[in-house]
Design a protein around this ligand. Structure first.
Ligand SMILES: [Zn+2]
Length: 231
C-alpha cells in the first residue's frame, strides 16, 4: 500500500482553511495531492473515485468534513470498508504509517503480510487487509465484481514485461516510458516490487506517483519507519 502525504488543510483565497459544505468538494484537491489512485488497492481510476473517510462518517459525523479524515477509494475498497468501526490505532493507514512496510505483493495478485513484522504488527496489518478486502483470494467466478486481485496480477505481468524491455534497451527514454505506463496503470507497490533491484526506477516511481511519501524511503529506496507513524 503506497504511503502518501495528503498535506495540510487547503486554504481559500483569503488564506484561511477552506470549509467544505459537503465532502465531495474535497475530491479535486485530493486528486491533485494524491493522484487518481485508490488509497488502498492503488488502482488508477479517472472516474468513480470516491472521497473516503478514514473514520466512517456515520459513527463520526464531526469528521465528515474534516480534511485530515479524507483519502480516495474505489468502489470495491469503499464498499468493503463501509461503516465498519474503525480506530486509527487498530489499522495501518497510508497517510500516517509507512504502509510500504506492511504488505508483500505477489505475481498471482495476492497480497500477504510482509516478512519481518512483529507479532503485534502482523495483527494490525491483517486487520488492515480485512478492513479493505485486499486479502481476498482469486476466484474463478466470472460474475465476481471484486476483480482487484486480477488487476494486480495483470499489472504484475505488465511490469515484468517492462523490466524485460528495459534489460534489452536500457536508455533514459525507455525508463521514462515505463514510468509513464506505470502511472497510467496504477499499482505503485507492484511496480516497486518488480523493480526491487533497480533503485533508479524505484526513485522514479516514488517521484512520479503524485503524493507518494518520499520520507518513507532511504537513499537506496528501502522503506524506513515513518516519523510519527506506527510503522
Ligand atoms: Zn481500491
Amino acid at each position: 500500500m503506497r504511503p502518501v502525504e495528503r498535506g495540510s488543510w487547503p486554504l481559500d483565497a483569503q488564506g484561511t482553511p477552506r470549509a467544505f459544505a459537503e465532502y465531495a468538494e474535497a475530491r479535486g484537491e485530493l486528486i491533485a495531492r494524491l493522484g487518481e489512485y485508490c488509497s488502498f488497492c492503488e488502482s488508477q481510476l479517472n472516474a468513480s473515485l470516491a472521497v473516503e473517510h478514514v473514520l466512517p462518517k456515520k459513527p463520526n459525523p464531526r469528521r465528515a468534513l474534516d480534511w485530515d479524515n479524507f483519502l480516495l477509494a474505489c468502489v470495491n475498497c469503499n464498499s468493503t470498508k463501509g461503516t465498519k468501526p474503525v480506530r486509527r490505532g487498530k489499522h495501518y493507514w497510508p497517510d500516517r504509517d509507512n504502509t510500504a512496510r506492511a504488505f508483500t505483493y505477489k505475481a498471482d495478485g495476492v497480497v500477504t503480510l510482509a516478512p519481518g513484522l512483529t507479532g503485534p504488527q502482523q495483527k494490525v496489518a491483517k486487520r488492515t487487509l480485512e478492513l479493505t478486502g485486499l486479502h481476498k483470494l482469486p476466484t474463478k467466478d466470472p460474475k465476481a465484481s471484486d476483480r482487484r486481485w486480477m488487476h494486480r496480477r495483470d499489472a504484475w505481468g505488465r511490469a515484468e514485461r517492462a523490466r524485460t524491455c528495459l534489460a534489452a534497451c536500457d536508455t533514459p527514454d525507455m525508463r521514462q516510458c515505463i514510468i509513464e505506463q506505470a502511472t497510467a496503470l496504477g499499482y505503485w507497490s507492484i511496480w516497486m516490487t518488480v523493480f526491487s533491484a533497480d533503485s533508479d526506477m524505484r526513485q522514479r516511481l516514488i517521484a512520479a506517483f503524485t503524493g507518494t511519501s518520499a520520507g518513507c524511503f532511504d537513499m537506496q529506496t528501502q522503506p524506513v519507519a515513518r516519523p510519527s507513524g506506527a510503522l
